[in-house]
Design a protein around this ligand. Structure first.
Ligand code: KE4
Length: 421
């Protein structure tokens, strides 16, 4: 297969032949497909095989691939130049659209990746509070900046240790790890580190241990705990932003953070991400304040064009019931998994974001997520791939449905699920 030949060639050029590890299909026992093109709900690999795509580039392609309006806008923007390294009106247009969708964002900064957005938001929170320690949750992923590549300190050691080679212990000792949906673990960290916590960062719906929903009142609890301890509450909405609703998870669950990060959808598939929130925190950022953050291609004219067109379409379609439709598609798929696989799986779904875990436990945190049978997931992944359905090559990633997925695509997917026993 051409994909296999390309994989051999790329492995000589890039670590693992990929530019991001999950793409290497390492945990599903087969070579990755090299993609030639994509349109709507479909991707086509270099061997000409077409698949219904539920990865959607890990979230950005909520409108479906190669949306005509977005492509046309990007093509025309290219004629005017790709990058100026100077402010443009387009950055203000995109910022105004984001603020219209997410009203608690008073000021924001455009950057190039979710990693950069989170790293910068944490630096802003530390600069604003003058504190060093941060709280994150086990199983939540916030990009690959050093201080976030941690695993929980075992036992008494509440300080984290690096979860990657190349990360000095000094970079992780200020990162404390709580358990998702476990209020006690959060309370304990705040009590043991009184007055020292700069921020608490959370995926308001976790989607990097598979999809794990916040239990009733959990986000509200985090909001109150952060306020009571003078810590900045950061919602990492890189996945949930513009996915669960135009206002993201904050609007969906009715809880407002102090800062939030966005990525993926907000750039329409181009390298663009955002961090933003309260004026008094964002005014800490250079050149106004003492917290430095910069980027050659930040607010790039082509990336902002893709983001603007994507948000404009989402805002128009929202009026037509887009998010209800996306939720209905997610429910149809979730229902199909439950009907076909019963209690042998746990299905977590919210809106157009879902995961099927091959475990009979209910998955509410990292501990329960890892009881999943990854071998069974591999069998399921390959069963679906053979039937022209492209899923995340890992049990611990999410499934994304787009506006372009039609009922016939869902029917075909439901049939394939039903054939998997
Ligand atoms: P990027 O730096 O990959 O643009 O974003 C990092 C990030 C931050 N926050 C959340 C909640 C995220 O999910 C991510 C990145 N998500 C992964 C998928 N689980 C990206 C896929 C990949 O790493 O190739």
């Amino acid at each position: 297969m051409i994909s296999d030949e390309l994989f051999e060639r790329s492995k000589k050029l890039m670590p693992g032949g990929v530019n991001s590890p999950v793409r290497a299909f390492g945990s599903v026992g087969r070579n990755p497909l090299f993609i030639d093109h994509a349109k709507g709900a479909y991707i086509t690999d270099c061997d000409g095989r077409e698949y219904i795509d539920y990865v959607c580039s890990w979230g950005p392609m909520i409108l479906g691939h190669a949306n005509d309006r977005v492509i046309a806008a990007v093509k025309s923007a290219c004629d005017n130049g790709l990058s100026f390294g100077a402010p443009t009106e387009r950055e203000a247009v995109l910022a105004e659209l984001i603020k219209e969708c997410v009203p608690y964002i008073e000021k924001l900064r455009l950057v190039n990746s979710g990693t950069e957005a989170v790293m910068s938001a944490i630096r802003a929170a530390r600069g604003y509070t003058g504190r060093d320690k941060i709280i994150k949750f086990r199983g939540c992923y916030h990009g690959h900046s050093d201080g976030l590549l941690v695993k929980a300190g075992s036992g008494a050691l509440t300080q984290s240790v690096p979860d990657s080679a190349g990360v000095p212990y000094d970079y992780t000792k200020n990162t404390l790890v709580a358990e998702y949906n476990d209020r006690e673990s959060v309370k304990r960290l705040f009590e043991e580190n009184k007055g020292e916590i700069a921020c608490l960062i959370v995926e308001p719906v976790a989607a990097n241990m598979g999809v794990v929903l916040p239990e009733e009142g959990f986000l509200r609890f985090l909001r109150d705990e952060a306020t009571a301890n003078g810590a900045v509450l950061i919602f990492d909405e890189v996945i949930t932003g513009f996915r669960l609703s135009l206002g993201g998870a904050a609007a969906y669950y009715g809880v407002t953070p102090d800062l939030a990060t966005f990525g993926k959808i907000v750039g329409g598939g181009m390298p663009l991400a955002v961090y933003g929130g309260k004026n008094e925190i964002m005014d800490m950022i250079a050149p106004v304040g003492a917290v430095y953050q910069a980027g050659t291609l930040s607010g790039n004219p082509i990336a902002t064009t893709a983001g603007i067109e994507t948000l404009r379409i989402l805002m128009e379609e929202d009026k037509r019931g887009l998010y209800d439709e996306l939720n209905e598609k997610g429910r149809i798929l979730a229902g199909a998994y439950k009907r076909a696989l019963g209690d042998s799986v746990c299905v977590n779904q919210v809106g157009s974001l879902l995961s099927v875990f091959f475990t009979s436990e209910s998955v509410t945190d990292y501990e329960s997520a890892i009881t999943s049978d990854t071998g069974e997931y591999t069998r399921y992944f390959n069963h679906m791939l053979e039937r022209g359905i492209y899923l995340a090559p890992s049990q611990f990633e999410a499934m994304f449905v787009s506006a372009a997925h039609k009922m016939e695509d869902l029917d075909r997917t439901v049939r394939a699920i039903g054939e998997f026993v």
